[in-house]
Design a protein around this ligand. Sequence first.
Ligand code: PLP
Length: 452
Amino acid sequence: NLSTADYQRIDAAHHLHPFTDFKALNAERSRVMTRGDGVWIWDTDGNRYLDGMAGLWCTQIGHGRREIADAVHRQMLELEFYNTFFKTTHPRAAELAEVLAELTPEGLNHVFFTGSGSEANDTVFRMVRRYWTLAGKPDKQIIIGRRYGYHGSTVAAAAMGGMAGMHEQAGMVPGVHHITPPYWFDFGGDMSPDEFGIWAARELERAIDELGEGNVAAFIAEPIQGAGGVLIPPETYWPEIRRICAEREILLVVDEVICGFGRTGNWFGSDTYGLKPDLMPIAKGLSSGYLPIGGVMVSDRVCEYLIGDGGEFFHGFTYSGHPASCAAALANLRIMREEKVVERAASEAAPYLQAKWLAFADHPLVGEARMKGLVGALELVPRKPSRRDRFAPVGDVGTIARDISFNNGLVMRAVRDALIISPPLVITREEIDELARRVEKTLDDTHAELKK
Ligand code: PLP
């Protein structure tokens, strides 16, 4: 066992972290996390943090559940790895596929396993185009995504997402188009949230008309945009999108990588918003993050062609349906079902946290507080009540607040100048009280810091 400083030194010398300014990281040193239990995590110096981000939007059942370690251990001793290519499978992959067909919304009865959410979305990219080719409409190639959407870091996933920085650094894949997200706080102008919800949904209709329905293959969207800033759509948004998808011949891809497995108050964001996805990428909460695994749920409609006479689908990953990851996911889903994790989070933790969270709107630094299920955001603003004033440059105050929060023992994330929360679904009332105290202190400390 090395000292904290030793770990920081070797880490800084050799480890390039995701989504990180390497130079800034080297100047600051990382926190070295060693242990987790429930909603808590500890660093090498024994500091304890409330994990308000559930790992990275994934640890639904909390950290440190022995049952998952035991299930993975058993699987590792039995069959640590075998592939699922061609005509082989193994018990855990088959069992997990059946459980997922049961749990996910009606009509999604097939799964293509991947190692991550990004791989799931690159799979979507291929499947969508393959579907239309097999359906005899090969011109339908364009995928419509949204600004601030996040579908992963692999090339096609990043292109379908709407993160400008990723497009600038990697270049764009042809055949992808982006529309305005249902982000009333930033883009709503003088419209009411409901008016804006309709307007933003009709962006899809306008895009289809402009690009030509015969060229548009699919619309991809998260039920609530997570990494884009927890953009909870106005109530009018999804019904209007549903209407457009019903009238137009395009596939609906609902990215449930964050919203899936209980985050929004139901098993899936699609349940919360009444959506019928043609394709549904999943990851994160599928295994509560205990081991990497993702997948694409595929509807009967799409399978009608995929399982047709079209021949081989040239796509897959060594770790598609990895036995140990499948064992972790099965154990996680068993715990979630037996302990009614989703139902209890929706009826107990979510309303309790929401009441406290929405009250932060009264803080002088908060321009808007929003939350659905157990995912929320606080928009930090320099002046109230105007929604239009923003800190400049965008993002600095969010980062300051996030760092202050970490020092106050609460992990939150900053997206631009919004603070984000997405705690484990098993968080208790006492832990929510503690979380709220730490949020309040973070807001007060940040406010004081800005006045210096
Ligand atoms: N889709 C969404 C909605 C996500 O939030 C993420 C990751 O945060 C991904 C896809 C990519 O998942 P992964 O990081 O497992 O590749």
